[in-house]
Design a protein around this ligand. Structure first.
Ligand SMILES: *Cc1c(COP(=O)(O)O)cnc(C)c1O
Length: 360
């Protein structure tokens, strides 16, 4: 089978092992006589699939017992509304860190439900860094502090978990979840759309400290109330069953591969190959401050942007696709989630050097 190296930011490449297992189990899951897609979400087969996916995710991430794990729909973008609806809890405002396109969207949406206090913004330098924690202008009465752990478009990642004291910390981890170990207990709520580093689109995972749930703003739709979703084991309505099954296969694979510490080791090695190539080059540039360079999404620019199209064409001819940067920033971007093998990154790095030698 000819598989391409797919550097898409999302929906992104999935591990071949998972696709093959899903294919093998597609028409008849473990002698049930059915595809997972055809199962009742309340039947014992599917219930076991979802329970196992949750247990494996809890083990992988070390999720404490007083946290709920929710399997929802609506994408990470719906969380931009659900977070304030559920976590404002009668308070007037929430603190938001503005590090890029995804923060901006979250800020705009939260403004519909309460006052948003932007504690610091990296817009002054084109979202190429994370403002130092010491400079954040936090409000001690804020309902929560909101960060985007990894800005998928800008390629800016927050590696240290901020210390927000008693104020709950909320993080959009869509493009960094499962790429390295994190201390879940330091966060009040974590969410992630699945289509970056978990599984197929259609599933959003929310991990939330239970005691914070159940105090929604008036008018919150039932489906958007974390507490109701938690009380119903994410089955208030039909969950995205096949996406949960696929995510479960990914969790099992990551466990078998040695867990998130091993993922981090490999991801650091992969990112280093590309950043070292960019740093050694006088033709390609990485726009992001060194200490905030994402391990997952690596934007870069060509000194001669008129060669962008030629660069992409050459990449495609060599079996590498989806390297065009986001329409809002231009240039290139290589997304190298868990499922991108080291060989793919090595191949891209070789191509960068070859391109520079012949075209610069
Ligand atoms: C992709 C992404 C989103 C939006 O995800 P959807 O599932 O498409 O709504 C939000 N935040 C970050 C950091 C992302 O990478």
């Amino acid at each position: 089978m000819d598989r391409i190296f797919n550097f898409s930011a999302g929906p992104a490449a999935l591990p071949l092992e998972v696709l093959q297992q899903a294919r093998a189990e597609m028409p008849n899951w473990r002698d049930s006589g059915m595809s997972v897609m055809e199962m009742s979400h309340r039947g014992k087969e599917y219930m076991s699939i979802q329970a196992e996916a949750e247990a494996d995710l809890r083990e992988l991430m070390g999720i404490p017992a007083d946290y709920k794990v929710l399997f929802l729909q609506g994408g990470a973008s719906l969380q931009f509304a659900m977070v304030p609806m559920n976590l404002l809890r009668g308070k007037a405002s929430a603190d938001y860190l503005n590090t890029g396109e995804w923060s901006k969207k979250a800020i705009k949406e939260a403004g519909k439900y309460g006052k948003v206090n932007v504690i610091a913004s990296a817009e002054d330098r084109n979202f190429s860094y994370v403002p130092a924690e010491a400079q954040w202008k936090r409000d001690p009465d804020a309902a929560y502090v909101y960060i985007t752990q990894n800005e998928t478009i800008g390629g800016v990642e927050i590696f240290d978990t901020p210390d927000t004291g008693k104020t709950p910390l909320v993080s959009d981890m869509s493009s960094t979840i499962l790429s390295r170990p994190i201390d879940v207990s330091r966060y009040a709520l974590i969410f992630a759309g699945a289509q970056k580093n978990i599984g197929p689109a259609g599933l959003t995972i929310v991990i939330a400290r239970e005691e914070l749930l159940g105090q929604t703003v008036a008018g919150t739709p039932t489906m958007m109330d974390y507490k109701i979703q938690a009380d119903n084991d994410s089955m208030y309505n039909t969950p995205p069953t096949y996406a949960v099954y696929m995510a479960g296969l990914v969790f099992k694979l990551l466990k078998a591969k040695g867990g998130l510490a091993e993922m981090e080791r490999v991801n650091r090695a992969k990112a280093k190959i590309l950043y070292d190539t960019l740093d050694a080059s006088s033709f390609f540039d990485s726009p992001v401050a060194k200490e905030n360079r994402s391990l997952m999404n690596i934007p870069f620019t060509l000194k001669k942007p008129e060669l962008d199209e030629e660069f992409l064409k050459g990449a495609k001819a060599r079996g590498m696709i989806q390297l065009k940067g986001h329409r809002s920033v231009g240039g290139m971007r290589a997304s190298i989630y868990n499922a991108m093998p080291l060989e793919g990154v090595q191949k891209l790095s070789d191509y960068l050097r070859e391109f520079e030698k012949t075209k610069a």
